[in-house]
Ligand binder design. Sequence first.
Ligand SMILES: [Mg+2]
Length: 176
Amino acid sequence: MRIAIDMDEVLADAHAGQRRLYRDLGFDPTDEDLRGCELRDKAPAEMAAEVERRLHTGLFFADLDPVPGAQDALRRLRAEHDVFVASAAMEYPASCVHKVAWMERHFPDFPISNLVFCGDKSILRADVLIDDHAHHFEGFAGKGLLFSALHNHGHDWPDRLAHWDDCDVRLGEISA
Ligand SMILES: [Mg+2]
């Protein structure tokens, strides 16, 4: 199968990174506070604007930790499938160079030719798209596999990947 995988909150722990930014500004919600919503929707508007400004510098994306299990999972998936990493990086154009460097640092075996930066993910042609935002599945011809995140908690979507440890079983079911 050809599998496309999102970066932020799927491979790169952008949620933890944003929580650090908000904590530095004085906003420190609990996981319970954040179920089913985005940090920016809970934070005071001026803090959300400041975080957005920092995201637009691009540097934020250079310093994220990998999501637990993502490195091993990508290695395993690449042994069996045609794997692309697809990020809607146009949301933060200055992030592109940092995202390339981040992939090279944390996924050194991953071929950079299989890294795709786009806006609208309906342009992707793959059998499966693993993403934490279900709106990216609109217009996508393959199967959308929703990677669980606090913000999509409670979102009604038929196919989920709760964490990377489950990916072999879930993708095996899809390809069967
Ligand atoms: Mg994402």
